[in-house]
Design a protein around this ligand. Structure first.
Ligand SMILES: [Cu+2]
Length: 102
């Protein structure tokens, strides 16, 4: 996946429930970040998260042109929103995408 002003590409990723996912992401124009909500849209942030991260964090800085690998197990079906977590300009607030677990 790539991150640039003001989009993640692809903006939607689909994976199967139970899959161990390695999300490889690179910021191509400047630094960005990715913060993944670990609970599906509409679900409260309590109990076991729907995404089990390999590292105990949900927010990753993406340095310019440096690939990061984010690993997790997609435990629960649903739509998970991720968004840019490093201010990158006027479109920053709208820079987001979805991970769909089925
Ligand atoms: Cu941003």
């Amino acid at each position: 996946m790539t991150a640039k002003k003001y989009e993640f590409s692809p903006g939607e990723i689909r994976v199967k429930k139970g899959t161990r996912v390695q999300l490889k992401i690179r910021a191509t124009d400047r630094a960005h970040g990715i913060k993944i909500r670990l609970y599906p849209d509409g679900a409260p942030e309590s109990g076991d998260p729907g995404l089990r991260m390999a590292e105990a964090q949900d927010n990753f800085k993406l340095d310019h042109n440096q690939e990061r690998v984010i690993e997790f197990v997609a435990e629960r079906p649903g739509a998970y929103t991720f968004r840019c977590s490093v201010f990158c300009g006027f479109g920053h607030r709208g820079m987001s995408g979805k991970l769909i677990v089925k």
